[in-house]
Design a protein around this ligand. Sequence first.
Ligand SMILES: [Zn+2]
Length: 231
Amino acid sequence: MLRSIRYAEADRILHLYTPLHGRIGAIAKGVRRARSRFGARLEPFFQIRVVLHEGRGDLFTVTGVDTVATHGALRDQARTLDAAARACDAVTRLFETSEPHPEVFQLLANELALLDRDAAQARAANGLAFRMKLLLAAGIVPQLGACAECGEVEHLRGFSAAAGGVVCSSCESAAFPLEEESYRFLVDALGHSLAQAPDASDRALRQAERAITEMSEHHAHVRLRPLLGAA
Ligand SMILES: [Zn+2]
């Protein structure tokens, strides 16, 4: 569950990310009443198995819920809670339709399980690696192997979202400088599992974040919530 919003007197509107139906909205009626059958089973970051009734509008109606994982430990600390909220928010913004992306579901499930198991993973490098993998799933991962403008494979010194990735020293007029360490981070973030996401200096992470943010703005028209701030 990505999000849960209070609605009317005792209902909740839920934003769910599903393996086969992408992002969907559902209404859970009466769940804020004390005697609700499944009120306690409908919290953000829960992984649930849910039975939905298709109504006439855009919203499904929840008729049954089984809890698969509550990820209870990640609620104990503000930083894991915040990292989980940012992960769900990035999925919400980049994948807002019912188009199926089972790999995004799996990625989010992995990220929530990781934050639940190991609070030390609530770090910027992990959050950025997660976003790089989301860009890959969304089909807007930056080109990193060669200059996105001319194909040159050496002297890759800048990053241009408009060009679609790294650019060489002759093509860097519209780019911002991307240092070697930041470049390495972007490559390694894609090449490793989330649990093994590489670490990097604050400066490199800020550049990596700028590259990721500009890619999603330029190619998906999505503004991601900042993790670190300007490079
Ligand atoms: Zn070039």
